[in-house]
Each structure stands twice: as structure tokens, then as C-alpha cells.
Design a protein around this ligand. Structure first.
Ligand SMILES: [Zn+2]
Length: 92
């Protein structure tokens, strides 16, 4: 997982935690602050699945995509690039 995305996730966790401390539980539910940490957990799980590792030549490859496609896929793979792009506001 890239440090940028990891930092982004941790910043959002801190913001959500602060917001939940500042409001009543019912308001937290209404604002989706109960489900957001689980969504961040899901995002984190996908990024951990698509983590990079060095191959025998020293190139960074996505372990998951390389296994699924049975060929070396460079890291960051399309999945990680899509997540990074969304976080950076490059989508929609
Ligand atoms: Zn991948």
C-alpha cells in the first residue's frame, strides 16, 4: 500500500473518531459515521491484497494480480492506481 493512501485512510479515521466524540450516537448513525470506519477497513483490505513485492530482478510487482494473471504485473497495479486516483480526485 502506498504511504499516501495509508496516510489518507488514517487521517479519515482520526476525523471520524473526532466527529463521533463530538456528537450524539444517533447523529453519528444518521451521518454514516458508524459505517465509514468499516468502509475504510474494506479499502485497507483491498490495498493489502494488492501490495507490492520485489521480484528476482528487483522490480515491484503486485503479488495478487501477478498470481491471478499468471504473469508479472507491475505495482502499483490497475486496482491500486484506481484507488489512488479516486483519493486524489482524479475520478468523477
Ligand atoms: Zn494488484
Amino acid at each position: 500500500m502506498s504511504d499516501t493512501v495509508k496516510s489518507w485512510i488514517e487521517e479519515r479515521r482520526a476525523i471520524i473518531h473526532g466527529a463521533r466524540e463530538a456528537i450524539r450516537p444517533a447523529e453519528a448513525i444518521d451521518l454514516g459515521l458508524i459505517d465509514l470506519p468499516r468502509a475504510l477497513d474494506a479499502l485497507n483490505a483491498v490495498l493489502e491484497l494488492h501490495h507490492g513485492e520485489r521480484d528476482e530482478y528487483g522490480c515491484w510487482t503486485c503479488r495478487f494480480c501477478s498470481h491471478i494473471q499468471q504473469t508479472k504485473i507491475l505495482h502499483p497495479c490497475a486496482t491500486v492506481r484506481a484507488i489512488e486516483g479516486a483519493i486524489n480526485g482524479e475520478r468523477g
